[in-house]
Write a protein that binds this ligand. Structure first.
Ligand SMILES: NC(=O)C1=CN([C@@H]2O[C@H](COP(=O)(O)OP(=O)(O)OC[C@H]3O[C@@H](n4cnc5c(N)ncnc54)[C@H](O)[C@@H]3O)[C@@H](O)[C@H]2O)[C@@H](O)CC1
Ligand SMILES: Nc1ncnc2c1ncn2[C@@H]1O[C@H](COP(=O)(O)OP(=O)(O)O)[C@@H](O)[C@H]1O
Ligand SMILES: [K+]
Length: 472
């Protein structure tokens, strides 16, 4: 897991470090690392044409010092100054000395650049670019672009990008992973994120970016002494006559997700039985009377009285529950159903479901998920590009895997079934949700490699994804 930090935490760590180090040392470390990364991206530094986009803050200072280093190695370096009067004074002197050429910002000067270095705005940046900074971002769009610390136009805390922002191929980020580089649109706009160690002393953080090794460490693996019950039994209260497919997909995902046994009490038993003969179907039982280690409730359940009765029954048990889709709509009407539970509850809303249960998520998705988790006393998995998982105690995970191709009907049902399987194996709820999001994202990527995937295609790749994650 990699720690993710807020801008306030990074600024505090930077000012501590500046108090310890000679003046300008941090910026020199940043600029050195930046120039090394830029050089590695160029076939040859000597003779390459590099264009710096330089803002009036320290981000522009980093770009100027790095540009000076590249110019000293024989690159032709032009700096386009957004606000010449405010450009970093020492940086400009170093750049001049190295025979870099400074200009007023003009998008035409980007033509033919081998590399663009975006030093317009860093952690002091606001979401969205306008005027000449937006024109420069447009002109850089098809050119190889390295963002300094954070792509300009991205809010370094939330990843929000407003209207226009720089789209980087590589982002060289300093000292810590800022939350805005892994969340929301920021996660995409960064391209490949490369973290440079500046020697900052960062506080312990409760926000984490998941890595494959974290998932490998928690995926259940049966031992010699296990049987189907000790591995964990999942119960499914999903699917209805009208939405039978959701029940089938969620059940299939629980089957392939590593549960020892799957029991089904939903309203579409026949298609489930036909598709998954290994599932034990209990057509006339109340969930309360069926022994499982975790419940999946909601996909395709409907929102009528029968669905509500099933949901209430599931939530009255003392085992972990993952509630999705129609269950979220029903819980939004009666939140006390989950607030008082003794066992963990996970909810997995997309934005519209989140709005029903906790109001609009807004641009700060990490804060929104944490707020809802604390308020509901449940683990909240807020879906989207860079899914966020927040626990009631504030611990949060950001998932880096996945593809926009996962935005297809039924793919959420596959996620719910997998969370259920991991909960039944005994994983703590926030980790079960986060590990499932990671594996689901990998399955989505594998499925999308063969062409536009359906949810059934994602499900078909789940075993492969779990297998490759387990073996590393
Ligand atoms: N503090 C430190 O010790 C270090 C800082 N470093 C660099 O310094 C950067 C932060 O520098 P600053 O605090 O000077 O902030 P920035 O360089 O991010 O610039 C902020 C300025 O730009 C303006 N601005 C921000 N977003 C805008 C937008 N979208 N449209 C128009 N104007 C906008 C703001 O009003 C503010 O005046 C870091 O990201 C990093 O690149 C590095 O040199 C490492 C050391
Ligand atoms: N733009 C996107 N980029 C990446 N993943 C996305 C995007 N939009 C949605 N997803 C993912 O696709 C899945 C869709 O789930 P959901 O909306 O519940 O679908 P359904 O209800 O049809 O099953 C979630 O895992 C979500 O994180
Ligand atoms: K930048």
């Amino acid at each position: 897991m990699r720690g993710v930090h807020s801008v306030a935490q990074v600024r505090a760590a930077e000012s501590d470090a500046m108090a310890r180090l000679p003046e300008g040392e941090l910026m020199q470390r940043a600029a050195h690392a930046l120039s090394v990364q830029c050089a590695a991206l160029l076939d040859r530094v000597y003779g390459a044409h590099v264009v710096l986009l330089v803002g009036g803050g320290n981000n522009g200072g980093d770009a100027l010092f790095a540009g000076a280093r590249l110019a000293a190695r024989g690159a032709r370096v032009d700096a386009l100054l957004l606000d010449p009067a405010r450009a970093h004074a020492d940086g400009l002197v170093a750049f001049d000395r190295a025979r870099g050429r400074a200009h007023e910002a003009d998008p035409q000067l980007l033509a033919g650049a081998d590399l663009v270095v975006d030093g317009m705005f860093g952690i002091g940046g606001r979401a969205g670019l306008t005027g000449v900074s937006a024109d420069l971002a447009d002109a850089a769009h098809d050119l190889l672009t390295v963002a300094v610390d954070v792509p300009s136009g991205v809010d370094a805390d939330t990843g929000a990008a407003g209207g226009k922002a720089v789209r980087a191929d590589v982002t060289v980020t300093f000292g810590a992973i800022k939350s805005g580089t892994v969340l929301g649109p920021g996660a995409d706009l960064c391209g490949e994120l490369r973290l440079v160690d500046l020697g900052l002393e960062l506080p312990v953080t409760d926000a984490h970016l998941l890595e494959a090794a974290d998932v490998r460490a928690v995926l259940p693996r049966p031992g010699a002494a296990d049987d189907k019950y000790t591995r964990g039994v999942v119960g499914l209260a999903a699917g209805s006559e009208q939405y039978a497919g959701a029940g089938v997909l969620a059940t299939g995902s629980a089957v392939h997700g590593g549960a020892g046994m799957v029991r089904y009490v939903g309203l579409a038993p026949d298609p489930v039985r036909a598709r998954y003969p290994e599932v034990v179907v209990h057509p006339d039982s109340r969930p309360h009377d069926v022994r499982v280690q975790a419940w999946v409730v909601g996909p395709g359940l409907g929102t009528d009285g029968t669905a509500m009765a099933l949901l209430a029954d599931v939530l009255s048990t003392d085992v972990p529950v993952i509630a999705d889709a129609d269950a979220i709509t029903l819980i939004a009407r009666t939140p006390r159903l989950i607030r008082g539970r003794s066992a963990p509850t996970v909810i997995t809303p997309h934005d519209r479901e989140f709005e029903r249960i906790a109001g609009q998520p807004g641009p700060d998705r990490l804060a929104a998920a944490r707020r809802a988790a604390r308020d509901l006393g449940a683990t909240v998995l807020l879906k989207g590009n860079a899914t966020v998982v927040a626990a009631p105690d504030g611990t949060a995970y950001v998932n880096p895997t996945g593809t926009p191709w996962l935005a297809t009907a039924g793919s959420g049902d596959v996620l719910s079934g997998l969370i259920g399987a991991l909960l039944a194996s005994g994983l703590r709820a926030p980790l079960a949700a986060a590990a499932a999001a990671y594996a689901h994202g990998v399955a989505g990527q594998l499925a999308a490699a063969d062409g536009p995937p359906s949810a059934a295609d994602v499900l078909a790749e789940l075993r492969g994804a779990l297998g490759s994650l387990a073996t590393g």
